[in-house]
Design a protein around this ligand. Sequence first.
Ligand code: NAD
Ligand code: LMR
Length: 328
Amino acid sequence: MATSVKVAVTGAAGAIGYAILPRLASGQVFGPDVKVTLQLLELPGAMGALEGVAMELEDCAFPLLEGIVLSDQAATAFDGVNWALLIGSKPRTKGMERNDLIKENGPIFVGQGKALEAKAASDVRVVVVGNPCNTNALIAMMNAKGIPQNQFSAMTRLDENRAKAQLAKKAGVGVGALTNVAIWGNHSATQFPDTDNAKINGAALTQAITDKEWLQGDFIKVIQQRGAAIISARGSSSAASAANAAIDHVKAYITKTPAGDWFSAAVPSDGSYGIDEGLIFSFPLTSDGNCGYSIVQGLPLSDFAKDKIQKTLQELRDEKAVVADLLV
Ligand code: NAD
Ligand code: LMR
């Protein structure tokens, strides 16, 4: 068990950065015995705001916070890091889809991929949050060929958490009763939140939620559109729940998955379920507790599920084609 961890966070002066940093520094992610160094990357114009964030972190007097590095240079921020949370990028605004950001945000992940390959620790785990996160993760991975592909992922945990919350509300149970909810595909309006194998208190979800029309209709739409609904209500995209999901994502990698359950994250496909190899696709996963993960195999997929998975797969293929020039 490591006694210290270096964590890079990009876009650290942004909304998600502000919500995630105190939680990383507090010990609630890596545990009460692990010292944390935060290595924070921002654009030159946001370095002043980042200084303010660092002052606040200092004022929290977190006993486990060993150091804070502030930089506008990826090579400095990624030096020796064990985790790289790639958040820094533009969020969408009302009326946009996440992949409308691809031309603007995609190039960020070329330079950051190269810098990670050159500077990060060999065990670095790269988690892409900045949208469109699946394809941005693909760009980073393809620009960091010296880092094993299974050390890259993109975040669909927010979708899983949203799905569990809606299902719990519908069934009138606590969120903790939900297991085996899977998010397939892209973190986008084509994602497939899959309840076919989900359980409530260990029993088939369909025993508690019999409204199949809702499960295959409004439920899926609500999850697919939840990010847009938040932007419409708040005027800016989710931040506290996104930071929380990123923490859940990291914790899922460093904690052994409870027997029989799974979590969702977008990882490079190994061809499982017929998904093109190398595409960053959300699957149900289990972790060995030490960042080794496996894609859950052999889940039965209905024709309805297969059709949804095909649609989100096609969207990821299309996104990949749009950024072909960034995939060296
Ligand atoms: P924000 O605008 O509040 O903050 C983004 C920060 O990134 C800014 O401080 C900006 O200066 C910085 N930045 C931009 N380009 C950078 C670069 N090249 N290097 C370093 N820093 C850079 O945005 P936010 O609300 O924090 O959201 C950040 C991203 O996360 C957006 O793309 C958003 O769509 C995405 N997001 C993803 C999920 C998900 O579930 N995957 C959830 C919420 C938000
Ligand atoms: C979300 O799901 O809340 C984020 O991806 C932000 C967005 O653009 O929807």
